[in-house]
Ligand binder design. Sequence first.
Ligand code: CA
Length: 411
Amino acid sequence: MKSFLYVPEGSDFTIHNLPFGIFKGGDRIAACSRIGDVVIDLGMAVTTGIFDTLNLPQGIFENRYLNPFISLGKPQTGGVRLLLQSGLCEGGLLDNDIYRESRIFLPAEDVEMLLPLEIGDYTDFYSSREHATNVGIMFRDPANALLPNWLHLPVGYHGRASSIVVSGTDIKRPSGQTMPEGADKPVFGPTRQLDFELEMAFVIGRNTHMGSSISAHDAEHYIFGCMLFNDWSARDIQKWEYVPLGPFLAKNFASTVSPWIVTLEALEPFRVPGPVQEPAVLPYLEYEGNKNYDIHLTVEIENEAGLSKTVSNSNFKYMYWNMCQQLAHHTVNGCNVRVGDLMASGTISGPESGSYGSMLEICWKGTRPVVMPDGSERRFILDGDTVRMRGWCEKDGIRVGFGPCDGKILP
Ligand code: CA
């Protein structure tokens, strides 16, 4: 498969990807896809007749969010992706000088990518065994790092959807209440321990009714695709507030997502087995086949001067609990889900210190600071720093990536 459009070496956006997003160019806002450095205006593409066999509703690409499109279901959304794929190949329907000069194809640098989803609810899991173990060792008992429930269920909590922003949005350093070491009363002020959490999020693609459950076996039918996710966290605020109900203001001030939703279909070639789950899980969490995905993940910190350092090389394949188990667990009590809901993995840490997914772990509670190229040290994220996350799959010459998940911290 080769496109008539140029795809630079190492691009996240090959003919094998074709993710979905929402762009703004001038006054126009519409659904789009991308190949190489070209954004494809799907609202314009539909006028060529390329999707006629799918009988799509009029104006389905002319919405501020992708929710109505996703709600069509996989036969149609997957159909759009496949028809676009063949249309973009050499000799395909869009390989025509008339279209090349049209407003279907836009230089990516000329458009702004918007948050593509109206996110009703956001849930954050805690599904990396390495991350949960590291946190347990640092804050509790090294001998019993994992709490007794951890190997039996995908631990999670309900996060806040209102403060999820698209890559490129600046984040204001949050203030809050903390209890300084050795003090006898709390103080108020800007967090001194601002951290990132390297996560993947999946997008719900189908509504369910309250009282019904999604089985681990069927879960993939309810997952539209995945995005990179940075669950910004204020560790000092978290440490003081989280007992007994878990994170609150330490997490709800901001989360950053990448602008593109990479479909499960595009991720299909990159399935890998997950870790062996021992003890055996309860029947409703059992699954068959390969439900983990081999997605390389990196985190880079860039200072105000533009000097950067890669602080993590991780992989989504390390997850102990997979997305199907998370969704089965989330709905096993009858909790309904809605199109556009976001479910994040929890911090993704690998086995070695170079693959940890938060500064808390990378610097091991501040004891092993990261040295930046200018010689300055980082234990947490400073004002003026930009945190850049990237994710991509690569196998047999096929590459599928997620685009940027970046956020800069302002005072
Ligand atoms: Ca998190």
